[in-house]
Design a protein around this ligand. Structure first.
Ligand code: NAD
Length: 290
Protein backbone atom coordinates (compact mmCIF):
# COMPACT_ATOMS: atom_id res chain seq x y z
CA UNK A 1 0.00 0.00 0.00
CA UNK A 2 2.87 2.37 0.95
CA UNK A 3 4.43 1.43 -2.38
CA UNK A 4 1.52 2.69 -4.48
CA UNK A 5 1.32 6.07 -2.78
CA UNK A 6 5.09 6.42 -3.25
CA UNK A 7 4.71 5.58 -6.95
CA UNK A 8 1.87 8.12 -7.17
CA UNK A 9 4.21 10.76 -5.69
CA UNK A 10 6.97 9.79 -8.12
CA UNK A 11 4.54 10.33 -11.00
CA UNK A 12 3.69 13.79 -9.61
CA UNK A 13 7.36 14.72 -10.06
CA UNK A 14 6.96 13.78 -13.74
CA UNK A 15 3.92 16.08 -13.95
CA UNK A 16 1.37 13.27 -14.06
CA UNK A 17 -1.65 13.00 -11.81
CA UNK A 18 -2.00 9.24 -11.96
CA UNK A 19 -5.56 8.35 -10.97
CA UNK A 20 -4.93 4.66 -11.42
CA UNK A 21 -2.14 4.56 -8.81
CA UNK A 22 -4.04 6.78 -6.38
CA UNK A 23 -7.04 4.54 -6.90
CA UNK A 24 -5.06 1.40 -6.12
CA UNK A 25 -3.88 3.02 -2.89
CA UNK A 26 -7.34 4.21 -1.85
CA UNK A 27 -8.98 0.87 -2.74
CA UNK A 28 -6.47 -0.96 -0.54
CA UNK A 29 -7.46 1.38 2.32
CA UNK A 30 -11.16 0.75 1.68
CA UNK A 31 -10.56 -3.01 1.56
CA UNK A 32 -8.83 -2.92 4.95
CA UNK A 33 -11.77 -1.04 6.42
CA UNK A 34 -14.29 -3.46 4.88
CA UNK A 35 -12.38 -6.48 6.17
CA UNK A 36 -12.58 -5.04 9.68
CA UNK A 37 -16.42 -4.98 9.52
CA UNK A 38 -18.55 -7.88 10.76
CA UNK A 39 -20.78 -7.63 7.70
CA UNK A 40 -20.07 -6.82 4.05
CA UNK A 41 -21.51 -3.61 2.56
CA UNK A 42 -23.79 -4.30 -0.39
CA UNK A 43 -24.29 -2.23 -3.55
CA UNK A 44 -27.42 -2.89 -5.62
CA UNK A 45 -27.11 -1.80 -9.25
CA UNK A 46 -30.03 -1.38 -11.62
CA UNK A 47 -29.85 -1.27 -15.39
CA UNK A 48 -32.94 -0.42 -17.40
CA UNK A 49 -32.94 -1.90 -20.88
CA UNK A 50 -30.04 -3.55 -22.67
CA UNK A 51 -27.58 -0.76 -23.44
CA UNK A 52 -24.18 -2.54 -23.78
CA UNK A 53 -22.25 0.48 -22.43
CA UNK A 54 -24.39 0.52 -19.26
CA UNK A 55 -23.81 -3.21 -18.80
CA UNK A 56 -20.07 -2.72 -19.18
CA UNK A 57 -19.95 0.16 -16.66
CA UNK A 58 -21.92 -1.85 -14.12
CA UNK A 59 -19.62 -4.85 -14.64
CA UNK A 60 -16.58 -2.63 -13.83
CA UNK A 61 -18.31 -1.36 -10.71
CA UNK A 62 -19.17 -4.89 -9.58
CA UNK A 63 -15.59 -6.01 -10.16
CA UNK A 64 -14.36 -3.10 -8.05
CA UNK A 65 -16.78 -4.08 -5.25
CA UNK A 66 -15.35 -7.58 -5.32
CA UNK A 67 -11.82 -6.18 -5.13
CA UNK A 68 -12.58 -4.44 -1.83
CA UNK A 69 -14.66 -7.38 -0.51
CA UNK A 70 -18.03 -5.67 -0.83
CA UNK A 71 -20.95 -7.57 -2.27
CA UNK A 72 -23.04 -6.34 -5.17
CA UNK A 73 -26.03 -7.37 -7.23
CA UNK A 74 -27.41 -6.24 -10.54
CA UNK A 75 -31.00 -6.21 -11.72
CA UNK A 76 -31.75 -5.66 -15.39
CA UNK A 77 -35.25 -4.23 -15.77
CA UNK A 78 -37.37 -4.06 -18.90
CA UNK A 79 -36.94 -0.90 -21.02
CA UNK A 80 -40.75 -0.68 -20.98
CA UNK A 81 -40.99 -0.41 -17.19
CA UNK A 82 -43.36 2.39 -16.10
CA UNK A 83 -42.28 5.09 -13.67
CA UNK A 84 -44.73 3.62 -11.10
CA UNK A 85 -43.30 0.13 -11.40
CA UNK A 86 -39.78 1.50 -11.09
CA UNK A 87 -40.70 3.58 -8.03
CA UNK A 88 -42.16 0.42 -6.42
CA UNK A 89 -38.99 -1.51 -7.20
CA UNK A 90 -36.78 1.24 -5.76
CA UNK A 91 -38.94 1.26 -2.66
CA UNK A 92 -38.28 -2.45 -2.13
CA UNK A 93 -34.55 -1.73 -2.25
CA UNK A 94 -34.99 1.25 0.08
CA UNK A 95 -36.69 -1.03 2.66
CA UNK A 96 -34.18 -3.87 2.31
CA UNK A 97 -31.78 -3.69 5.27
CA UNK A 98 -29.23 -5.86 3.45
CA UNK A 99 -28.76 -3.17 0.79
CA UNK A 100 -26.58 -0.17 1.67
CA UNK A 101 -26.17 1.59 -1.65
CA UNK A 102 -28.40 1.89 -4.71
CA UNK A 103 -26.96 2.72 -8.11
CA UNK A 104 -29.27 3.43 -11.00
CA UNK A 105 -27.15 3.31 -14.14
CA UNK A 106 -27.87 6.27 -16.43
CA UNK A 107 -29.03 7.14 -19.03
CA UNK A 108 -32.64 6.00 -18.66
CA UNK A 109 -35.02 5.24 -21.54
CA UNK A 110 -36.61 8.44 -22.88
CA UNK A 111 -40.06 7.85 -21.33
CA UNK A 112 -38.64 7.99 -17.78
CA UNK A 113 -37.89 11.38 -16.26
CA UNK A 114 -34.43 11.09 -14.75
CA UNK A 115 -34.85 13.60 -11.94
CA UNK A 116 -38.26 12.20 -10.91
CA UNK A 117 -36.96 8.63 -10.86
CA UNK A 118 -33.86 9.56 -8.85
CA UNK A 119 -36.09 11.08 -6.15
CA UNK A 120 -37.36 7.55 -5.49
CA UNK A 121 -34.02 6.49 -4.04
CA UNK A 122 -33.67 6.85 -0.27
CA UNK A 123 -31.12 9.70 0.16
CA UNK A 124 -29.25 7.60 2.74
CA UNK A 125 -28.65 4.94 0.04
CA UNK A 126 -28.06 7.42 -2.80
CA UNK A 127 -24.37 6.62 -3.34
CA UNK A 128 -24.35 8.51 -6.66
CA UNK A 129 -25.35 11.69 -4.82
CA UNK A 130 -28.05 12.66 -7.31
CA UNK A 131 -31.13 12.88 -5.05
CA UNK A 132 -32.04 16.52 -4.47
CA UNK A 133 -31.52 16.08 -0.72
CA UNK A 134 -27.85 15.31 -1.38
CA UNK A 135 -27.57 17.95 -4.12
CA UNK A 136 -29.06 20.50 -1.69
CA UNK A 137 -26.68 19.50 1.09
CA UNK A 138 -23.71 20.03 -1.21
CA UNK A 139 -25.09 23.42 -2.22
CA UNK A 140 -25.32 24.41 1.45
CA UNK A 141 -21.91 22.97 2.29
CA UNK A 142 -23.40 20.22 4.49
CA UNK A 143 -22.12 16.66 4.42
CA UNK A 144 -24.02 14.22 2.21
CA UNK A 145 -23.26 11.93 -0.69
CA UNK A 146 -21.21 13.65 -3.38
CA UNK A 147 -21.28 12.28 -6.96
CA UNK A 148 -18.33 9.97 -7.54
CA UNK A 149 -16.56 11.85 -10.36
CA UNK A 150 -16.26 15.22 -8.59
CA UNK A 151 -15.47 13.36 -5.37
CA UNK A 152 -12.60 11.62 -7.18
CA UNK A 153 -11.29 14.89 -8.62
CA UNK A 154 -11.16 16.41 -5.13
CA UNK A 155 -9.16 13.43 -3.88
CA UNK A 156 -6.72 13.80 -6.78
CA UNK A 157 -6.21 17.49 -6.00
CA UNK A 158 -5.86 16.82 -2.29
CA UNK A 159 -3.32 13.99 -2.65
CA UNK A 160 -1.27 16.02 -5.12
CA UNK A 161 -0.92 18.79 -2.54
CA UNK A 162 -2.52 21.34 -4.87
CA UNK A 163 -3.49 24.53 -3.02
CA UNK A 164 -7.12 25.47 -3.69
CA UNK A 165 -7.64 28.45 -1.40
CA UNK A 166 -7.73 31.68 -3.40
CA UNK A 167 -6.80 29.94 -6.66
CA UNK A 168 -8.49 30.71 -9.96
CA UNK A 169 -10.30 27.57 -11.03
CA UNK A 170 -12.08 27.25 -14.34
CA UNK A 171 -14.59 24.44 -14.76
CA UNK A 172 -15.70 23.64 -18.30
CA UNK A 173 -19.12 22.00 -18.16
CA UNK A 174 -22.24 22.49 -16.04
CA UNK A 175 -23.84 19.05 -15.89
CA UNK A 176 -25.51 17.76 -12.72
CA UNK A 177 -23.08 14.84 -12.70
CA UNK A 178 -19.76 16.68 -13.01
CA UNK A 179 -19.66 20.43 -13.74
CA UNK A 180 -22.08 21.73 -11.11
CA UNK A 181 -20.93 19.59 -8.17
CA UNK A 182 -17.19 20.06 -8.82
CA UNK A 183 -17.70 23.84 -8.93
CA UNK A 184 -19.46 23.73 -5.52
CA UNK A 185 -16.79 21.50 -3.95
CA UNK A 186 -14.00 23.80 -5.10
CA UNK A 187 -15.82 26.89 -3.89
CA UNK A 188 -16.25 25.25 -0.46
CA UNK A 189 -12.44 24.93 -0.44
CA UNK A 190 -12.23 28.71 -1.03
CA UNK A 191 -11.22 28.63 -4.69
CA UNK A 192 -12.50 31.37 -7.01
CA UNK A 193 -14.53 29.34 -9.47
CA UNK A 194 -15.57 30.32 -12.98
CA UNK A 195 -17.95 27.99 -14.75
CA UNK A 196 -17.80 27.84 -18.55
CA UNK A 197 -20.16 25.96 -20.83
CA UNK A 198 -21.22 25.53 -24.44
CA UNK A 199 -22.52 29.12 -24.68
CA UNK A 200 -19.37 30.68 -23.21
CA UNK A 201 -17.78 33.15 -25.61
CA UNK A 202 -14.00 33.33 -25.95
CA UNK A 203 -13.34 30.26 -23.83
CA UNK A 204 -9.55 30.72 -23.94
CA UNK A 205 -9.82 34.10 -22.19
CA UNK A 206 -11.04 32.16 -19.17
CA UNK A 207 -8.88 29.06 -19.47
CA UNK A 208 -5.71 31.15 -19.88
CA UNK A 209 -6.23 32.59 -16.40
CA UNK A 210 -6.88 29.23 -14.72
CA UNK A 211 -4.44 28.09 -12.03
CA UNK A 212 -6.50 24.91 -12.08
CA UNK A 213 -8.53 23.83 -15.11
CA UNK A 214 -11.19 21.13 -14.94
CA UNK A 215 -12.26 20.06 -18.43
CA UNK A 216 -15.59 18.21 -18.48
CA UNK A 217 -17.13 19.10 -21.83
CA UNK A 218 -16.97 15.78 -23.63
CA UNK A 219 -15.19 17.26 -26.68
CA UNK A 220 -12.02 15.58 -27.90
CA UNK A 221 -8.96 17.85 -27.56
CA UNK A 222 -11.03 21.00 -26.94
CA UNK A 223 -8.13 22.33 -24.87
CA UNK A 224 -4.90 23.04 -26.71
CA UNK A 225 -1.51 24.39 -25.65
CA UNK A 226 -2.35 28.06 -26.25
CA UNK A 227 -5.43 27.78 -24.01
CA UNK A 228 -3.65 26.83 -20.78
CA UNK A 229 -1.68 28.89 -18.29
CA UNK A 230 1.98 27.95 -17.72
CA UNK A 231 2.57 25.89 -14.59
CA UNK A 232 -1.14 25.24 -14.01
CA UNK A 233 -2.89 22.04 -12.89
CA UNK A 234 -5.13 20.31 -15.44
CA UNK A 235 -7.79 17.73 -14.66
CA UNK A 236 -9.15 16.08 -17.78
CA UNK A 237 -12.55 14.52 -17.14
CA UNK A 238 -13.54 13.99 -20.78
CA UNK A 239 -13.84 10.50 -22.17
CA UNK A 240 -14.35 10.69 -25.90
CA UNK A 241 -14.29 7.44 -27.77
CA UNK A 242 -13.18 7.78 -31.41
CA UNK A 243 -12.62 4.64 -33.50
CA UNK A 244 -12.40 2.54 -30.36
CA UNK A 245 -9.74 4.77 -28.77
CA UNK A 246 -10.28 6.96 -25.73
CA UNK A 247 -9.37 10.67 -25.84
CA UNK A 248 -9.62 13.38 -23.23
CA UNK A 249 -10.92 16.94 -23.61
CA UNK A 250 -7.30 18.10 -23.39
CA UNK A 251 -4.65 17.55 -26.04
CA UNK A 252 -2.31 15.85 -23.58
CA UNK A 253 0.77 15.64 -25.84
CA UNK A 254 0.65 19.37 -26.62
CA UNK A 255 -0.22 20.61 -23.16
CA UNK A 256 1.85 18.38 -20.90
CA UNK A 257 5.20 20.19 -21.14
CA UNK A 258 3.62 23.56 -20.35
CA UNK A 259 1.77 22.66 -17.14
CA UNK A 260 2.70 21.61 -13.62
CA UNK A 261 0.37 18.63 -13.42
CA UNK A 262 -2.06 16.91 -15.77
CA UNK A 263 -4.31 13.87 -15.40
CA UNK A 264 -4.16 11.44 -18.34
CA UNK A 265 -7.05 9.82 -20.19
CA UNK A 266 -7.35 6.91 -19.64
CA UNK A 267 -5.85 6.36 -16.20
CA UNK A 268 -6.86 9.65 -14.57
CA UNK A 269 -10.33 10.55 -13.38
CA UNK A 270 -11.95 7.29 -14.59
CA UNK A 271 -10.53 4.87 -12.00
CA UNK A 272 -11.01 7.49 -9.26
CA UNK A 273 -14.73 7.67 -10.08
CA UNK A 274 -15.28 4.00 -9.33
CA UNK A 275 -13.15 4.26 -6.19
CA UNK A 276 -15.35 7.04 -4.85
CA UNK A 277 -18.45 4.94 -5.50
CA UNK A 278 -16.88 2.28 -3.26
CA UNK A 279 -16.07 4.92 -0.63
CA UNK A 280 -19.65 6.22 -0.75
CA UNK A 281 -21.01 2.68 -0.33
CA UNK A 282 -18.76 2.13 2.69
CA UNK A 283 -19.90 5.48 4.13
CA UNK A 284 -23.54 4.51 3.53
CA UNK A 285 -22.99 1.22 5.38
CA UNK A 286 -21.36 3.01 8.31
CA UNK A 287 -24.11 5.65 8.51
CA UNK A 288 -26.81 2.95 8.44
CA UNK A 289 -25.10 0.88 11.12
CA UNK A 290 -24.30 3.32 13.89
P1 NAD B 1 -22.69 16.51 -20.44
O1 NAD B 1 -22.78 16.29 -21.91
O2 NAD B 1 -23.88 16.32 -19.59
O3 NAD B 1 -22.18 18.01 -20.19
C1 NAD B 1 -21.18 18.59 -20.96
C2 NAD B 1 -21.02 20.04 -20.54
O4 NAD B 1 -19.97 20.62 -21.30
C3 NAD B 1 -22.27 20.89 -20.78
O5 NAD B 1 -22.53 21.62 -19.61
C4 NAD B 1 -21.88 21.80 -21.94
O6 NAD B 1 -22.43 23.10 -21.79
C5 NAD B 1 -20.37 21.87 -21.87
N1 NAD B 1 -19.74 21.96 -23.19
C6 NAD B 1 -19.96 21.17 -24.27
N2 NAD B 1 -19.23 21.60 -25.31
C7 NAD B 1 -18.53 22.68 -24.90
C8 NAD B 1 -17.59 23.56 -25.51
N3 NAD B 1 -17.24 23.41 -26.78
N4 NAD B 1 -17.10 24.56 -24.77
C9 NAD B 1 -17.45 24.72 -23.49
N5 NAD B 1 -18.32 23.92 -22.84
C10 NAD B 1 -18.86 22.92 -23.54
O7 NAD B 1 -21.47 15.59 -19.95
P2 NAD B 1 -21.00 15.15 -18.48
O8 NAD B 1 -21.82 14.04 -17.99
O9 NAD B 1 -20.79 16.36 -17.63
O10 NAD B 1 -19.56 14.57 -18.87
C11 NAD B 1 -18.56 15.37 -19.45
C12 NAD B 1 -17.45 14.51 -19.99
O11 NAD B 1 -16.86 13.79 -18.91
C13 NAD B 1 -17.89 13.43 -20.99
O12 NAD B 1 -16.83 13.21 -21.91
C14 NAD B 1 -18.06 12.21 -20.13
O13 NAD B 1 -17.88 11.01 -20.86
C15 NAD B 1 -16.94 12.41 -19.15
N6 NAD B 1 -17.16 11.73 -17.87
C16 NAD B 1 -16.15 10.96 -17.43
C17 NAD B 1 -16.27 10.33 -16.22
C18 NAD B 1 -15.13 9.49 -15.74
O14 NAD B 1 -15.32 8.71 -14.83
N7 NAD B 1 -13.95 9.62 -16.29
C19 NAD B 1 -17.42 10.46 -15.45
C20 NAD B 1 -18.44 11.29 -15.92
C21 NAD B 1 -18.28 11.93 -17.13
Amino acid sequence: MGMTIESFKERLKEGILDGKLLSTFLRAEIKQKVEALTQQPHLAAIIIGNDPASQMYVKYKQKACQQVRMTSSVEILSPEITSHELADYLDQLNQDKEINGILLQLPLPAHLKELDVLMGIDPSKDVDGLHFANVGKLHLGLSGFVPATPGGIMQMLKHSGTELKGQNVVVIGRSNLVGKPIARLLEIEHATVTQCHSRTQFLSEFTNKADILIAAAGKKHLITEVMVKSNSVIIDVGTNSVDGKLYGDVDFDQVKHKVKLISPVPGGVGPMTITMLLQNTLDAFNLQNV
